[in-house]
Design a protein. Structure first.
Ligand SMILES: [Zn+2]
Ligand SMILES: [Zn+2]
Length: 179
């Protein structure tokens, strides 16, 4: 998996802290190269006025059309707005393996969203966890039944905090197949 390179794209306004967490954390823990590929606007048609949320699948299509995959294996979009897909109240992120594109939202990762004080370490771990989860989907991993594995499905921030950003041995062995 050493040749993997991930292009990170800001979708709308995203603070530098989030980008640097992704850049250093992914490289440090997985050895995957992370490149910055600028910023694109949030497509206005993704906004749902009734839900006051953004439809993540619409944004993924937009990223695919806007960002050239030239120098990267996959594209990771990062946004600070609240995302949803039909059938769920919200999502922390979404991946489309067929397009090699995924997205995460920091909206529900901030401790303040839950009434807690800002804690950069917790925020950082959540950002990495959600990013690695969606990247795992792009490597064709499915959800894992191990609650300590990053590929476990997060219903809430408690699941995210419990599982952390590492793959279980089973998922890790599947990752190696793709080498
Ligand atoms: Zn998932
Ligand atoms: Zn697993």
């Amino acid at each position: 998996m050493n040749k993997v390179s991930i292009c990170v794209v800001r979708v709308g306004n995203v603070e530098d802290f989030v980008i640097s967490v992704l850049q250093s954390g992914i490289k440090l823990n997985f050895g995957w190269e992370v490149k910055l590929s600028g910023e694109i606007e949030i497509p206005h048609q993704s906004y749902n006025h009734l839900r006051k949320q953004f439809h993540s699948t619409t944004i993924l299509h937009h990223i695919k059309n806007q960002v050239k995959l030239k120098d990267c294996s996959i594209v990771l979009g990062v946004t600070s707005v609240d995302l949803y897909v039909s059938g769920l109240n919200f999502v922390f992120g979404e991946a489309r393996p067929v397009d090699g594109v995924c997205i995460i939202s920091t909206y529900r990762l901030r401790p303040r969203f839950y009434g807690d004080e800002m804690d950069e370490k917790i925020f950082e771990k959540r950002i990495l966890t959600e990013a690695v989860h969606e990247i795992g989907h792009l490597f064709n991993l499915r959800h894992c039944s191990n609650p300590n594995c990053v590929m476990f499905f997060s219903n809430s921030i408690f699941d995210t905090d419990k599982k952390g950003f590492l793959f279980c041995d089973n998922c890790k062995s599947k990752l190696k197949i793709l080498k």
